[in-house]
Design a protein around this ligand. Sequence first.
Ligand SMILES: [Mg+2]
Length: 235
Amino acid sequence: METPIEAICLDLDDTLWPISPVIRRAEQVTLDWLVVNYPDIASQLIQQDMQQRLASFTQSFPQYSHDMTHVRRSLLSALAVQGGHSSQVGEDAFEVFFEERNRVDLYLDVLPALAWLSARYPLVAVTNGNADLRMVGLDEFFVASVQAREVGTPKPQKKIFDVAVEKAGVPHAHILHVGDDPHTDVEGAREAGMQTAWVNRKAECWPANIAPPGLVVSDLEELSLRLGRAAGEDQ
Ligand SMILES: [Mg+2]
């Protein structure tokens, strides 16, 4: 660590919990709800896979690609209206999805590490996704949460890191950004002037075309140990 760490920014999806199984389950639960309540809408969705529909929607409206809440809501509302229902039906279906999307299985190291880290540093969540920390049950550990959809631009762009830094209340160089994505998390945060830690849970190789992170850890337990050691704490 080059400069003492005074605050930590944390990515959420795939850093604190695996996201693919959550999205798959949430989409299935939404479909099941539609099958029971609005089978005509469900049949349209089953005919064309939901992921495909989302991809073509974001291709047509790239300005919303960082805002999956908007994309999913719009898709579900459009399907509802096409089927002769009110757009509120789409909103209701989105709420079903959103509740499931926030039902996550934390990696086992996460809760003890967040307790340790939050006792020592202000923690700010920085995400391109739409997880709601209160619904996930982790809001007690964080002083703030910054989402791409609120800022208007996603990681790796500097603006979202700047908003997080402002919420953390200390200068960029004194903040460690921690995340799983070499490009959006590590490269983005470094270019914003922050220190960086890569959470490499799957023992992947670092991409050759990106300058390496300040710190590489296999999980948040290792991150806590390394920070504690750097600060001269016995653990
Ligand atoms: Mg991530």
